[in-house]
Design a protein around this ligand. Structure first.
Ligand SMILES: [Zn+2]
Length: 123
């Protein structure tokens, strides 16, 4: 669960749209909405809960910067921010990352509850 050999988030390369010392941001390849962005700590770390306080702070700082960029460029009306921790929770890459998902008025007929509805059958 902690091998970084073939990890796509350990070598983001030209996809990076923003970064600081400990974190990088990329746009999602299969965006859930226009501007869907991922914030990724630079160190290979499978679980959000094993990040250092400095890494969490760096990711938070980058989430705020990317939010400003998205507000300026795409004018979303809100955001969902979240981490999937563990395969059972939907984590698809074993290198933790944040989703920053811009939301637009009217993009869903009833957005109330937001991330509360990540279990579709419990909707
Ligand atoms: Zn990695």
């Amino acid at each position: 669960m902690s091998s970084s050999g073939n990890c796509p988030f350990c070598s983001l390369g030209a996809r990076v749209v923003g970064e600081n010392d400990l974190a990088a941001a990329v746009r999602d390849k299969e965006p859930a909405s226009r501007g869907h962005t991922l914030v990724v700590p630079k160190r290979h770390c499978p679980s959000f809960f094993d990040l250092t306080p400095a890494e969490v702070e760096a990711c938070y700082s980058l989430l705020r910067e990317e939010r400003q960029t998205l507000l300026r460029e795409l004018h979303p009306d809100g955001f969902n921010v979240g981490v999937n921790d563990g395969a059972a929770a939907g984590q698809s890459i074993e290198h933790t990352y944040w989703h920053l998902i811009p939301r637009y008025r009217g993009d869903h007929p009833d957005p109330r509850g937001g991330v509360r509805h990540v279990i579709p059958t419990r909707r």
